[in-house]
Design a protein around this ligand. Structure first.
Ligand SMILES: CC(=O)N[C@H]1[C@@H](OP(=O)(O)OP(=O)(O)OC[C@H]2O[C@@H](n3ccc(=O)[nH]c3=O)[C@H](O)[C@@H]2O)O[C@H](CO)[C@@H](O)[C@@H]1O
Length: 357
């Protein structure tokens, strides 16, 4: 009988991206691949187009850390999600569940645990998010990107594997990227990526600094859904809401990056040796995980950090100037840096865990 894996994870692209890297490997080895996600989340948009991956939507509630009237309905939504996930897993009988976190994953992990299906979790940040904190006691193992994360996992379940990067990101063509944006090979390219959900404050500062930025760089800006500024038609400036298939080419042509400090993005930039100016989400916007990610990369010499509170067009230009002037030093720190090739290791661990059950 065909082996079967069920993936879960969602809410933001960062909670889907590791799954997208692993899915083709399981398909190639003839496994049946299924996905449990939310009804409307980005995971459905990213996973549904994949051939031969059945998508099962379940009810979810957001696990909020702040007071909101929606809180009142969420326990019922989550309870419904647990019931749906439990029944789905009982009926679909996967050999293993792989969870990348995000709030949709909690009912799925509970459903797997109730059905005695083994669960492997992946945690991209230094400190686990709320969903993974709830799920960890029910998991067999927790793969971590950062070595520092093991201390937050406990009970010997943590496995530091490094970052899981999808293979196609390494196969871009700089010439194709330049063609897409109408850029020339003569001038350096600055990529601005405000996290999968965009970043209004970064978009504003970059656009205000554009006259100076475009003197030194060609700028490609991934600004997030609904954030395009169609009136802004500056030579050497190219904007997209979000790209998927073109991302490898855009990465290949880019020399420097301005970005939030979401773990998946920054490890992708590290693996491709792109020096970064990191503008992490604040403690209020996220849970402080991006500040920890950013400081760790700054310490390792991969990045400059500019905190949101200090972000102005002027500070942005100053830091980009520093990054540009010392680009070679950042690139060589990255060359001797952290593990970014965990894909094969995680693939192997999942297969072994499924086999030994
Ligand atoms: C607001 C929030 O909670 N953010 C969290 C979320 O970030 P977020 O969802 O922003 O995630 P990441 O930066 O980790 O990953 C974004 C992913 O989207 C891809 N991408 C992005 C733009 C684009 O145009 N095309 C594209 O494909 C990137 O290549 C990357 O693989 O998950 C991360 C990993 O747990 C956390 O570190 C972040 O704190």
């Amino acid at each position: 009988m065909k082996k079967k894996i069920m993936f879960t994870g969602g809410g933001s692209a960062g909670h889907v991206t590791v799954n997208l890297a692993l899915i083709p490997l399981f398909r190639q080895e003839g496994w049946a691949v299924e996905y449990i996600g939310s009804v409307n989340g980005i995971e459905r948009e990213l996973v549904s187009p994949l051939p031969d991956v059945a998508y099962f939507p379940i009810s979810t509630g957001k696990l909020r850390r702040y007071l909101d009237w929606q809180n009142a309905k969420d326990p019922f939504r989550i309870a419904k999600g647990v019931y749906q996930a439990y029944r789905l897993i009982r009926r679909r009988k996967p050999d293993i569940v792989f969870s990348k976190g995000g709030f949709v994953s909690v009912p799925v992990v509970i459903g797997a645990w109730l059905n005695r299906v083994p669960v492997i979790i992946h945690e991209s940040d230094i400190t686990p998010g709320l969903a993974n904190r709830i799920a960890i006691p029910m998991a067999e193992a927790v793969c971590t990107t950062f070595p520092e994360a093991a201390a937050h996992i406990g009970k010997g379940k943590g496995r530091h594997v490094g970052a899981v990067i999808r293979n196609e990101l390494k196969q871009g063509s700089a010439a194709a990227g330049r063609k897409l944006c109408g850029f020339t090979p003569q001038r350096p390219v600055l990529l601005v990526m405000g996290g999968s959900l965009g970043a209004q404050s970064i978009n504003r500062a970059v656009r205000q600094a554009l006259p100076e930025l475009t003197e030194a760089f060609q700028v490609v800006h991934l600004c997030g859904k609904g954030q395009l500024d169609p009136a802004l038609t500056v030579p050497g400036y190219c904007q997209f809401e979000y790209i998927r298939d073109e991302l490898p080419d855009v990465l290949a042509m880019s020399d420097l990056v301005i970005t939030r400090a979401g773990s998946n993005s920054i490890f992708e930039f590290l693996s491709l040796r792109k020096p970064m100016l990191l503008i992490p989400l604040t403690r209020q916007q996220s849970r402080g995980d991006q500040i920890l990610n950013a400081r760790s990369f700054e310490k390792a010499g991969y990045a400059e950090v500019l905190e949101e509170e200090g972000l102005t067009p002027q500070t942005l230009l100053e830091r980009i100037g520093v990054l540009h002037a010392h680009r070679d030093a950042y690139v060589s720190a990255m060359a001797s840096g952290q593990k970014t090739d965990a894909l094969a290791e995680v693939f192997k661990l999942i297969k072994e865990t499924a086999k030994s059950r």
